[in-house]
Design a protein around this ligand. Structure first.
Ligand code: GLN
Length: 551
């Protein structure tokens, strides 16, 4: 019998419910259980693929091409299992399915209502997870906060599931926030009590409370929450904000959450969890390492969540390389106006991440030009690869009008162009080239060396591609096409041969980076960054010494 853990949020949003779900998944997986995690998102979009990153943060792409919530990135990074399309459900998906059933006449003249039709569809989507992924334990995170109107049908479906699959097979966790009152230095439990009361009013009693806070919580508060919220004291799990994300599973482990959940399910752990690798990861993150600066040139930098996986991939690689990477968030539209260049010049590496639309594009192209001419390590991710090709094209073709047709339909040199399959597509949702595709690597290239294998699978999300009419001329001038689709029709990786590391991939390597298994391209990039930083530091030190000698 599948076991279900339902996570709801209370008091405020953004307290790390997704990370908590991911970390609990890890506790159970490391005890020998097959685990999967599903996110229920209450918005009406069918998926986040059509939403602005300002609204929603990053769109995370799965192997099967599903465009999902960024929490799925946390899930995959923590439980290290590749998830599937069934793991992200939105209100939009539920309604569009029920409405198309109604149009087909499936309901035989019945009146279609939230209960039972919408809730049935929600329950059926939850049931798809064990069927599709083989998970024995399914964690289900409900987006938003209890009390929101839009998440009510989801909560009602979960309430019904408790009796559908049996109380012994479900476990409710409410993740709340304890505000800190500066004047008295106290943490407050009242909002948690109110939020649990709200949850009760819709028929759900939590089995455990995870109490997030910025300051450590005392025993007295644990007792108090247990008493008011009707859970055992050991089911009140304090989770103080940590500076190291990957410490969260260790903190929950220390509080005995994994063991507690299993015991409530009547399950025995199949093996003792081993935490050495994650403890080392956290310890490494806390040790002083030589610092390096990486400029991330994007147009959504006001919202760092828009680059969640890129940031994590940099973190994974920098831990492996043994440096402390500071990201300089540079706005491409500002660079365009001539601002931010001084900061860019202090960077030992440049990343141009994915993006859509022409705003700030010239700033990105200028950043790529800066990196190529000054031999600063550069990593281009999807749009970042296209930008690198445009910049190089402008140089060797001698025309500043060289462009992608995404930004200039009438460019005389469309070095990046719409993929033939994309022509005539009018529907914006879910119609890009999405998901995992194979890429054959050229041995001896930067990319080939970084991966050390002949072929890889990587995740994609784009409409435009390298225009093959320019392959020959670019190759003659020093651009190598070091990753191609197996039929050699699509350029997947481009690089500059006469450069310490200037590599761009049409895919998104950041989605496959894991804390203990950094992505090869990020790792090779970070190595190049570290070498440049070391050289620069020695040069600066030498200069200082000779200055002093002269004085
Ligand atoms: N806008 C570009 C395209 O559609 C790049 C997409 C991306 O960076 N994900 O091809």
């Amino acid at each position: 019998m599948t076991k279900y853990i339902f996570l709801t949020g209370g008091v405020v949003s953004s307290v790390g419910k997704g990370v908590t779900a991911a970390a609990l998944g890890k506790l159970l997986k490391s005890r020998g259980f097959a685990v999967s995690i599903q996110k229920l998102d209450p918005y009406i979009n069918v998926d986040p693929g059509t939403m602005s990153p300002y609204q929603h943060g990053e769109v995370y792409v799965l192997d099967d091409g599903a465009e999902t919530d960024l929490d799925l990135g946390h899930y995959e990074r923590f439980i290290d299992t590749n998830l599937s399309r069934v793991c992200n459900v939105t209100t939009g998906q539920i309604y569009s399915e029920v409405i198309s059933q109604e149009r087909r006449g499936d309901f035989l003249g019945g009146t279609i209502q939230v209960i039972p039709h919408i809730t049935n569809e929600i329950k059926q989507r939850i049931g798809l997870v064990p069927r599709d992924t083989g998970a024995e334990v399914v964690l289900v995170e409900v987006g938003g906060t209890v009390g929101d109107i839009e998440s009510l049908p989801f909560l009602e479906a979960l309430r019904q599931m408790r009796s559908d699959v049996g109380k012994e097979n479900t476990f409710f966790i409410h993740v709340t926030w304890l505000p800190h009152i500066g004047a008295t230095g106290e943490l407050k439990t009242k909002p948690t009590q109110h939020s649990v009361r709200e949850l009760r009013s819709i028929g759900i009693s939590p089995d455990a409370i995870i109490a997030r806070s910025d300051y450590p919580m005392g025993e007295d508060l644990r007792e108090k929450i247990a008493l008011f919220c009707d859970v055992e004291p050991k089911a009140v799990i304090p989770l103080t904000t940590t500076d190291v994300l990957y410490e969260v599973p260790l903190l929950l482990e220390r509080e005995g959450l994994g063991q507690y959940v299993l015991s409530r399910f009547g399950l025995q752990e199949r093996r003792k969890p081993v935490w050495d690798e994650w403890e080392q990861l956290v310890a490494k993150d806390r040790t002083r390492r030589p610092s390096v600066k990486i400029a991330l040139v994007g147009k959504y930098i006001e919202l760092k969540d828009a680059y969640m996986s890129v940031r994590e991939a940099v973190r994974h690689a920098s831990l492996a390389v043994g440096v402390d990477a500071e990201i300089l968030w540079l706005h491409s539209a500002e660079l365009e106006k001539g601002k931010g260049w001084q900061e860019l010049e202090t960077a030992d590496g440049v990343i141009v991440p994915g993006g859509f639309g022409s705003r700030g594009i010239e700033g990105k192209i200028a950043a790529a030009r800066f990196a190529r001419r000054n031999k600063v390590p550069y990593l281009g991710l999807c749009l970042g690869m296209q930008v690198m090709v445009i910049e190089f094209g402008r140089d060797i073709l001698g025309s500043e009008d060289t462009n992608s047709t995404e930004f200039d339909r009438n460019t005389p040199h469309p070095v990046i162009d719409l993929m033939p399959e994309q022509r005539g597509i009018g529907n914006m949702g879910g119609t890009m080239r999405l998901g995992v595709y194979p890429c054959v690597l050229v041995p001896g290239s930067h990319a080939g060396e970084a991966y050390g294998v002949p072929q890889v699978n990587e995740r994609h999300r784009h409409r435009f591609e390298f225009n093959n009419n320019y392959r020959e001329v670019m190759a003659e001038h020093g651009m190598a096409f070091s990753g191609l689709s197996p039929d050699e029709r699509l350029v997947e990786i481009a690089e500059i041969t006469d450069h310490p590391f200037m590599v761009g991939s049409q895919f998104h390597p950041e989605f496959l980076s894991r804390p203990n298994r950094p992505h090869p391209l990020f790792k090779a990039f970070l190595q190049a960054v570290a070498e440049r930083a070391a050289r620069r530091n020695t040069a600066e030190a030498e200069e200082e010494l000779s200055d002093r000698a002269a004085a």
